[in-house]
Ligand binder design. Structure first.
Ligand code: TRP
Length: 331
């Protein structure tokens, strides 16, 4: 029996190349060796996204993005969280095993409270129960599908630990291994892509390169990368250049050496360096963008892929809920 890999994708905003190198390619690689269960966490997104058009668009956009990047729905069970009602049944059951104090310690919740206190607001201002119970819903997502490993970014470590904690509580209570204890699987550190300003690429920093930007938009973004005032003649240091650091993700080893040598030799201006960057970025993104454009044009097909995924996922979910209900005396 293959081990199970599971991860959730929050549909908030458009995918960028940080997501691609950080999460998408790794998850697709893992799906070759594991039974993969990947889903769109649309109820997690509802906590923050209240515009129905935007949420609907982002659910399909993110699904199309992963499909364009090579997720094979024949190999991966690919579904929407909202299509699995057992998620919410399990969430309710897990609530009974989750200490309120555990939720009080959740980083995202604590940060929101602290921000309110600093701003002299009521500590609970703007905090909904969805944020407060976010880790329980996430635990249900994971435990429902017997996940062995959960690939996540470092920022999700605490959520996985809480999931383990809650599962342990359940298993100890009924002296039986009802829920499989998952392990976090961290992305390689090399997968922290620098953004346009050299800081980690992130939606919230506004320094991201969208994965499916048009050629024109892509070129504009790259040409706008801030640079220092070194002249064309001056030799330049590849190590401190965000242009070069980004280039490394897209270029072959040989291309990297060549560009580094041109930097050091002097005689190459920033404009040229940006042209070189654009060429390699677009080389990778062009076929992705073309696939994405085809896929996103057919929302009926996207919906049917996700519906088929849900159909495959539900029997697994039903079995887990049944196990726990039986153990709990709610048969
Ligand atoms: N919280 C995750 C994020 O913000 C998304 C998510 C929801 C998830 N449920 C999950 C990730 C279950 C892994 C497993 O990125």
């Amino acid at each position: 029996m293959k081990k199970v890999v599971l991860t959730g994708i929050k549909p908030t905003g458009t995918l960028h190349i940080g997501n691609y190198f950080g999460a998408i390619t790794q998850a697709i690689r893992l799906s070759q060796d594991y039974d993969a269960r990947y889903f769109i966490a649309d109820y997690h997104a509802l906590n923050t996204v209240k515009d129905p058009r935007i949420l609907a668009q982002d659910i399909r956009g993110v699904a199309a993005g992963w499909l364009a990047a090579g997720l094979d729905p024949e190999r991966v069970i690919f579904y929407r969280q909202s299509a699995i009602p057992e998620t919410f049944e399990l969430t309710t059951m897990l609530m009974a095993f989750t200490a309120k104090g555990l939720m009080n310690r959740a980083h995202a919740y604590k940060a929101a409270v602290q921000e309110n206190v600093e701003q002299n607001r009521d500590p609970d201002a703007g905090i909904n129960m969805g944020l407060y119970t976010y880790p329980v819903l996430m635990a249900a997502d994971i435990l429902l599908f017997d996940a062995d490993i959960v690939p996540v970014g470092r920022d999700q470590t605490q959520h996985i630990e809480m999931t383990q904690d809650i599962a342990h509580t359940v298993n100890t209570c009924y002296a039986e291994e009802i829920l499989r204890i998952p392990q976090p699987f961290f992305r390689e550190e090399t997968a922290v892509i620098p953004g346009l300003d050299g800081r980690k690429m992130s939606k919230s920093y506004g320094n991201a390169i969208p994965l499916f930007a048009s050629e024109q938009a892509l070129k504009k973004l790259i040409m706008r990368i801030p640079t220092n005032s070194q002249t064309v003649e001056e030799p330049k240091d590849p190590a401190t250049s965000s242009i070069y650091q980004l280039y490394r993700y897209f270029a072959t080893a040989e291309e990297q050496q060549t560009l580094a040598a041109r930097y050091r030799a002097g005689g190459m201006g920033w404009g040229h360096a940006k042209e070189e960057l654009y060429a390699v970025v677009n080389r990778l993104l062009k076929p992705l963008r073309e696939r994405y454009t085809d896929i996103i044009a057919d929302t009926v097909r996207i919906d049917s892929i996700l519906a088929e995924g849900a159909e495959k996922a539900r029997p697994i979910a039903i079995a887990t809920v049944r196990r726990l209900r039986k153990a709990a005396g709610i048969d």
